[in-house]
Design a binder for this molecule. Structure first.
Ligand SMILES: [Fe+2]
Length: 198
């Protein structure tokens, strides 16, 4: 259970209920960011609430995304990012709030430049860190050395939004699909390889 600034405790289920209320707020991004900061303030305690996923031959090379909640206004995922994998650039078309509770989520940012992409900075976010992305953001996540586990909140129905995926080598843009996302994963270790056949 997580202690928040009000001195009460919040479970992951409680966080989702809080987000469903805050999404109706005039400033939902700021409020959900604050709620996320409280949620991941004790990352080990949060991690103890969330089982690690069972890995099977069908598991994506990228790791495991588990949808905890989704409706027309809000999506909440647990994102377990596999170690030593760099995932491809993509957008969301809606705002996102990310909080890490285990490992380090490598964030690489991009921006559009004419018909292509250019790199535009990055950050490594670790346990207790929170990141907010606007609807125009293009990012790529990865994890080095160990799996990274994070809560990703999106201010809309992420699964049903038509959005873009970018080839990590050419930056060519194409529609996001789960299958192509996995194909575009690359090793995060110099000289390493990723089995893209899954
Ligand atoms: Fe993303």
């Amino acid at each position: 259970m997580i202690a928040n600034s009000a001195g009460t405790h919040q479970s992951l289920d409680g966080f989702i209920a809080t987000c469903r209320t805050l999404i109706e707020n005039e400033r939902p991004i700021a409020e959900i960011t604050r709620a996320m900061e409280e949620l991941v303030a004790e990352p080990a305690a949060l991690g103890a609430q969330i089982p690690e996923p069972v890995i099977s031959p069908d598991t994506s090379i990228a790791g495991v995304d588990e949808i905890l909640f989704e409706d027309d206004s809000l999506t909440v995922f647990v994102v377990h990012s596999a170690s030593d994998v760099r995932q491809p650039p993509h957008d969301h078309r809606i705002s996102a709030v990310i909080g890490v509770y285990e490992g380090t989520e490598e964030q690489r940012y991009f921006r559009r430049d004419g018909g292509s992409l250019v790199r535009s900075g990055g950050a490594d976010i670790g346990p207790g860190d929170v990141l907010t992305l606007g609807p125009a953001a293009i990012h790529a996540i990865g994890s080095t050395g160990s799996w990274c586990r994070a809560i990703h909140v999106y201010l809309g129905p992420l699964s049903s939004i038509d959005r873009s995926l970018f080839d990590p080598d050419t930056f060519d843009e194409e529609p996001m699909t789960v299958e192509r996302y996995a194909e575009f994963c690359r090793s995060a270790v110099p000289g390493g390889s990723v089995n893209v056949e899954g």
